[in-house]
Design a protein around this ligand. Structure first.
Ligand code: GTP
Ligand code: MN
Ligand code: MN
Length: 385
C-alpha cells in the first residue's frame, strides 16, 4: 500500500500496542465483518488467515474517523487485499456478500454453537460437525462422551453464553476478595481482562491475586478454591499447577497457578449465593441444570453460572502478570512482537528479558501499582519501568 503523501500526517503504527484504541470506535460495521471472517478462518484452522483478519479489525478499531471511501485507507497498515475487498464491498453495497454467506452457512453456525461450549475447541467441534451434530443439545441426545469440562460447559451453556456485566464482575470480585482475605489477610485481588480495559461486558471474569510479601501467595489457590467449594460457590474448576511463576519460560503461555472455574453468583450482585444443596457442594457434582435448550437459564433460578479465571502470581512478577492478563489479545501479541522485533527483548507475563538472557530472568523489577500505565514511548533503556 502507498505511504501517505502528506508528511505531516502521523503514520499509523503496525503494532497494536502503539495505537490508541478506544472502546467505542467508528468502524463497527467493518470490524464486525472482519470478526466473522477471522472466526470462520479459525474454524477451518487457517491460523494465518484468522490472524490477518484480527489484525485488520484491530487497526480499524483505532481509526479516529469513520471510513467512508477507500481513499480513507491510504497508508493504513495491516489491511491486506482480502480485507480491503471486504471493506469496499461494504462501502458499495452496505454488506459483504462473503460475510453474509459465512453467517448463513450451516458449518459456521454449527461451529459457532459447538465451540461456544466451554471446553470445546475447534478440532473437537469440527469432528462433531462432520458427524452431523449442530447444537449443544445434539450432544446430549447423541450420547457423546464428554470430558468433565465439556459436561459443565453443556450444563451451564446458556449462562456462560450470556455476557457477564460489569456489576456481576464486581460481585464476583467481592466474593473472591472476601474468601482470599479470610485465608490470607493483605492479599490483593485485581480485576483484569476486558473489564480492566473498561468493557461493560465480557465472557468471563479475570482475577489476578498476589501478596506484597513474596512467597505468601504459595498454596493460596488450593485454599481459595476449597473455601469457595465449601460455600457452594464453586460449580466447576480445572487447576493448572504451573510452577507458581518460578519457571523460566518464554512464549505467550505463562506458568502461574491458576484455576479455570465456573462460579455461582447469587441473585443480587454482591448477595451471598443460596445455601449449598445437600450432597451437591462439590464442584463437578450434579447441580440444577442450566439447560442448553432454552428452558432453565438464570431467570427464576435465583443464581447464574459465571466463568472465572483465578490467577496467582508472586508479587515481583505482578506488574508483568497484570500487563499480560489485561489484554486485549491483539495488544498483547503486538507488545511481545514489539519487544522482540524492535528491542531484541522478550516479554511474557513473568518479566521482560534481554534476548541473550531469555533463560535467566534478571532481578525482578518492582513496579508500584500507582505508577502510570506502561507506555512504550518510554525508552526501554531507561531505568526499570
Ligand atoms: P472477554 O473475557 O471476552 O471480555 O475478553 P478478555 O480480553 O478479558 O479475554 P480473556 O479473558 O480471554 O483474556 C484476558 C487476557 O488474558 C487476554 O489478554 C489474554 O491474552 C490473556 N490470557 C488468557 N489466557 C492466558 C494464558 O493462559 N496466559 C497468559 N499469559 N495470558 C492469558
Ligand atoms: Mn476475560
Ligand atoms: Mn479469561
Amino acid at each position: 500500500s502507498a505511504p501517505r503523501s502528506d508528511p505531516e500526517e502521523p503514520r499509523i503504527s503496525a503494532y497494536a500496542c502503539q495505537r490508541r484504541t478506544p472502546l467505542d470506535h467508528l468502524n463497527k460495521i467493518f470490524t464486525d465483518a472482519s470478526e466473522v471472517l477471522a472466526e470462520n478462518a479459525e474454524f477451518s484452522e487457517s491460523e494465518g488467515r484468522g490472524l490477518a483478519f484480527r489484525k485488520a479489525g484491530s487497526v480499524l478499531r483505532s481509526l479516529p474517523f469513520a471510513v467512508s471511501r477507500m481513499e480513507d485507507l491510504r497508508g493504513v497498515p495491516c489491511l491486506g487485499e482480502h480485507s480491503r475487498k471486504i471493506i469496499q464491498e461494504i462501502l458499495e453495497d452496505g454488506v459483504s456478500g462473503e460475510v453474509e454467506g459465512v453467517l448463513r452457512s450451516e458449518r459456521y453456525r454449527a461451529m459457532k454453537a459447538l465451540t461456544g461450549v466451554f471446553g470445546v475447541g475447534v478440532k473437537t467441534a469440527d469432528r462433531w460437525v462432520r458427524e452431523g451434530l449442530r447444537t449443544p443439545g445434539d450432544l446430549l441426545t447423541s450420547g457423546h462422551r464428554l470430558s468433565r469440562e465439556q459436561e459443565a460447559g453443556v450444563r451451564y451453556y446458556e449462562d456462560l453464553n450470556c455476557p457477564v456485566t460489569r456489576a456481576e464482575a464486581d460481585a464476583i470480585g467481592e466474593i473472591v476478595k472476601e474468601a482470599v482475605h479470610s485465608i490470607l489477610p493483605g492479599a490483593r485481588v485485581t480485576l483484569t481482562g476486558g473489564f480492566r480495559r473498561g468493557k461493560e461486558a465480557g465472557h468471563d471474569v479475570d482475577l489476578l491475586i498476589t501478596h506484597p510479601e513474596e512467597g505468601k501467595e504459595e498454596g493460596l489457590l488450593g485454599k481459595l478454591t476449597s473455601w469457595l467449594d465449601s460455600q457452594g460457590v464453586l460449580l466447576y474448576q480445572r487447576v493448572s499447577e504451573g510452577s507458581g511463576g518460578r519457571g523460566r519460560e518464554s512464549g505467550p503461555m505463562d506458568h502461574f497457578h491458576r484455576s479455570f472455574s465456573i462460579l455461582k453468583l447469587g441473585e443480587q450482585p454482591g448477595a451471598p449465593p443460596g445455601p449449598p444443596q445437600p450432597g451437591a457442594s462439590s464442584a463437578g457434582q450434579t447441580q440444577e441444570a442450566a439447560s442448553p435448550r432454552g428452558q432453565g437459564g438464570a431467570q427464576g433460578r435465583g443464581w447464574r453460572a459465571v466463568r472465572v479465571d483465578l490467577v496467582i502470581c508472586p508479587y515481583s512478577q505482578f506488574a508483568y502478570a497484570l500487563l499480560g492478563w489485561t489484554g486485549s489479545q491483539q495488544f498483547e501479541r503486538d507488545l511481545r512482537r514489539f519487544a522482540s522485533q524492535e528491542r531484541d527483548m522478550s516479554l511474557n507475563s513473568h518479566g521482560l528479558y534481554q534476548r541473550e538472557q531469555v533463560r535467566t530472568p534478571p532481578p525482578p523489577h518492582c513496579i508500584s501499582e500507582s505508577s502510570p500505565p506502561l507506555s512504550l514511548s518510554l525508552s526501554l533503556s531507561s531505568p526499570p519501568l
